[in-house]
Design a protein around this ligand. Sequence first.
Ligand SMILES: Cc1cc2nc3c(=O)[nH]c(=O)nc-3n(C[C@H](O)[C@H](O)[C@H](O)COP(=O)(O)OP(=O)(O)OC[C@H]3O[C@@H](n4cnc5c(N)ncnc54)[C@H](O)[C@@H]3O)c2cc1C
Length: 411
Amino acid sequence: MSFIPSRTAGLDRLAAFLPRAGRTYAETRNHDEGSERANVSQLSPWLHAGLLRETEVIDRVLGHHSHRAAEKFIAEVFWRIYFKGYLEQRPTIWQAYCTERDEALGALDGNSGLRKAYDEAVEGRTGIAAFDLWARELAETGYLHNHARMWFASIWIFTLKLDWQLGADFFLRHLADGDAASNTLSWRWVGGLHTQGKTYLARPDNIARYTAHHPAGPLAAEGLAEDAPALEEGREHGRRQLDVPKAPSPEVFEQPYALILHDEAASHAPLDLPRPPALVIGAARPDARSPGRVGRIARTFALEAVRGGLEEAAAAFGCDSREWGLDDNLAEILGTAAIDRVVVPHLPVGWTRDALMPALAPLIDDQRATILVDDLDRATWPHARAGFFGVKKQIDGILGELGITGTRDPA
Ligand SMILES: Cc1cc2nc3c(=O)[nH]c(=O)nc-3n(C[C@H](O)[C@H](O)[C@H](O)COP(=O)(O)OP(=O)(O)OC[C@H]3O[C@@H](n4cnc5c(N)ncnc54)[C@H](O)[C@@H]3O)c2cc1C
């Protein structure tokens, strides 16, 4: 399976997966069948890049299956929205992760034993056959099955006893779907920091059972830790009030504006803008994922998603386009085009926000920036205050309220 960074490729992938998104998904999703897997959607890179939106994925799935049959798939998509909403309300988790990751990376330089253990883990040379295969698969394909991610993170933390932040960084540098919220919070969940005290222990029999159909399976994992004591951290990450900008009035779009596409919103198509922009700006920042080297697949996916999105938007709107590179000044780009307003799809807590916000903040302060928040995020995030259950019980109501009831043949 290769990931082509365009909206068309994402829509094709969605169409191909639709027949399996119902009961088949619910019954088979936990099996890791190797890189040719068809039992999970592998839509996450397109969702992360905003080439596809959760709303349209759910709507198409409901066009093919009853809500009951597609319940499991829809709930998984809501996990993604839940994690985003949770991190929006606890941004200190991301800030602490970045600081602790940098400290852990720094500590590798002064400790040869630790460096050796880390290198063996990321290069797939630990001697734990399953783990080594996943380490190589991740670097070679930019993807790992969800169950493999759980086993991998558990072995990293509890058997290899490496810092979870180093593992989360390894994932972010290589996953084509690398996502600040889903990745950071999933690693914390495995380590017992998300649902406090509840950890995930990888077991050899469970790995063998769910990799039975893998071309190299059933995969062996010998010498794994037999218990998983929860990690501890010396601080609480308190919840802050959600600060979601109001939905903009149509008049906002009447003055000339520049639309900014970025790593997490690379396509204009799902934004459904009431009036076209005068300029489209593309800002890709994949190297901001980590101070380390970002893997080729993850990096190329992000760069080409934004580049392609920029070209498509310029063609669709008949307007100019500009790349906003690392050495460019946003104010100058806008000045040259004689535009002083921007429209920006929401920048979730994470590296894209960290990289772009310093240049955008003055425009926001001057009320010259309009931030677009997806209706599904807006409706779901207030429920992402604690555990996933708070969101899960709202799913039917949210879908009904937003009229996401199923489209079989999109226009
Ligand atoms: C340690 C760890 C790290 C992870 N890091 C990331 C990450 O960086 N980016 C990322 O998108 N997901 C991450 N996940 C969640 C999950 O593994 C992937 O979203 C999923 O495997 C993507 O494959 P898929 O598209 O085939 O999923 P499917 O099973 O087909 O699910 C459909 C969609 O639902 C969402 N989804 C499914 N499972 C989860 C989940 N457990 N949590 C959040 N959303 C989910 C994804 O958007 C996915 O595309 C991580 C999980 C773990 C355990």
